[in-house]
Design a protein around this ligand. Structure first.
Ligand code: AMP
Ligand code: GLY
Length: 425
């Protein structure tokens, strides 16, 4: 089979590694791909926003499945246009992608289907939003309604912080489709992934990521500085509960509304004292969670993706290794502000040769023979072990082999899981 993979990050590199293992794969095309995929994929330069051009490429190259990595093309309706052109795709339609693209849509959907989530209200002007937070008090959470690339959320610990966030959202334009104000949820945050074929969902994997740039969860939010899988709180019982209370009602509700969800549904959850609650949905794989999860997959990813697209998923969870994997993100100095570009990275082969280690690229570029940094999050180092302690030791041992003075990383990835392990002894 010929596959076209859309995207250029560490997530897409991890997907490329998994797809390359499939005996069903003939040619993997990546648009645009990244230098880590050399030898795995043929790079194609396509304007992904030009859906007709993507469809024409697929026809010419007999592409059997398009795998869409990031959310923006899904929210823009790429899958709808491919489907209309008779091309199969892994990922939701534009209508189903509203679960990520519009927070107010998702909140109203949860209310209609009794899906547990934080209490909320929507606003289109700063004065009524501020009056609401003054009535509710802090802590409280302020969010832009549309896609904001991780920049639209403030967990305000004080009223002043909440009012400042409201002001900023409306004055910067991020709040132009409105804002959502939510009750602050307390608990353990988890990323949960389910594969969906429009009518059925099966549990795929859980992970936890580290969103803040600094150690001890300090500094600004990022796309994610590291992750591990599984999340210790997500035992079989909790996974089953999340499927029953959150994921399955979502699948049924979306299908009943004429927008069946196909692809991977990524639920950002808070495991609260009273049970799991949905913080947000994403309609694609997580980054860096995927870099941690996919090395645990003990079956062929391609048939699973085909089954999602074709509406014929088997009703059983995906087969995952009981090992723990842990991914550390290496970012360029300056991230998440203005990352320094162009610094050279050495020692990757030595690091990759370490046992139980896989490295994915996220923001690298070839400059002749040299590999240089060309983005914020640049590399992901993943290692597997019997538990978090072992996986973590292996990941950091591999990082020690990498010679990249232009980069930095957090040395405390996995601290929550270690704390959990101590608690449960
Ligand atoms: P989001 O972009 O919705 O994932 O929000 C970013 C981060 O803000 C989440 O990963 C949580 O850590 C935090 N967050 C969002 N909503 C809430 C909430 N209602 N209560 C507590 N924390 C939240
Ligand atoms: N790691 C969170 C995300 O992919 O949105």
């Amino acid at each position: 089979m010929n596959i076209l993979l859309i995207g250029s990050g560490g997530r897409e590199h991890a997907i490329a590694i998994a797809l390359a293992k499939s005996p069903l794969l003939e040619t993997l095309f990546a648009a645009p791909g990244n230098p880590g995929m050399e030898g795995l994929a043929r790079f194609v330069s396509l304007d992904v926003a030009d859906h007709q051009a993507v469809a024409a490429f697929c026809k010419e190259n007999r592409v059997d499945l398009v795998v869409v990595g990031p959310e923006a093309p899904l929210v823009a309706g790429l899958v709808d246009d491919l489907t209309a052109a008779g091309i199969r795709a892994f990922g939701p339609s534009k209508a189903a992608a509203r679960l990520e693209g519009s927070k107010s849509f998702t909140k109203a959907f949860c209310a209609r289907h009794a899906i547990p989530t934080a209490a909320y209200a929507c606003f289109t002007d700063a004065a009524s939003a501020s009056a609401y937070v003054r009535a509710k008090g802090a802590p409280i959470v302020i969010k832009a309604d549309g896609l904001a690339a991780g920049k639209g959320v403030t967990v305000a610990m004080s009223l002043a912080e909440a009012e400042a966030a409201i002001e900023t959202l409306f004055s910067s334009g991020l709040g132009e489709s409105g804002i959502v104000i939510e009750e602050f949820l307390e608990g353990e945050e988890v990323s949960f992934f389910a594969l969906c074929d429009g009518t059925h969902a099966v549990s795929f994997a859980s992970a936890q990521d580290h969103k803040r740039v600094g150690e001890g969860e300090s500094g600004p939010n990022t796309g994610g500085m590291g992750a591990y899988s599984p999340a210790p709180v997500m035992d079989a019982q909790m996974s089953e509960r999340v499927m029953r209370e959150i994921i399955t009602p979502t699948l049924h509700g979306m299908a009943a509304a004429g927008a069946p969800f196909k692809g991977v549904l990524f639920a950002g959850l808070m495991i609260c004292a009273e049970g799991p609650k949905l913080i947000e949905y994403n309609v694609r794989f997580g980054d860096p969670e995927t870099q941690a999860i996919l090395p645990r997959l003990e079956e062929d990813l391609l048939p699973l993706m085909l089954a999602c697209a074709d509406g014929c998923l088997l009703e059983r969870p995906a087969r995952l290794s009981p090992l723990t994997t842990l991914t550390v993100v290496l970012a360029a100095k300056g991230y998440p502000g203005a990352p320094l570009r162009g610094s050279e990275i050495l020692g990757l082969e030595e690091a990759e040769a370490m046992p139980f280690v896989a490295i994915t690229h996220a923001g690298t570029k070839r400059d002749g023979q040299r590999l240089i940094a060309d983005g914020g999050r640049v590399l992901n180092v993943t290692a597997a072990g019997a538990d978090v302690t072992e996986a973590r030791a292996r990941a950091y041992a591999a990082i020690a082999m990498i010679d990249w003075p232009g980069g930095f990383y957090r040395r405390d990835i996995g601290w929550r899981a270690l704390k959990f392990a101590l608690k449960s002894v």
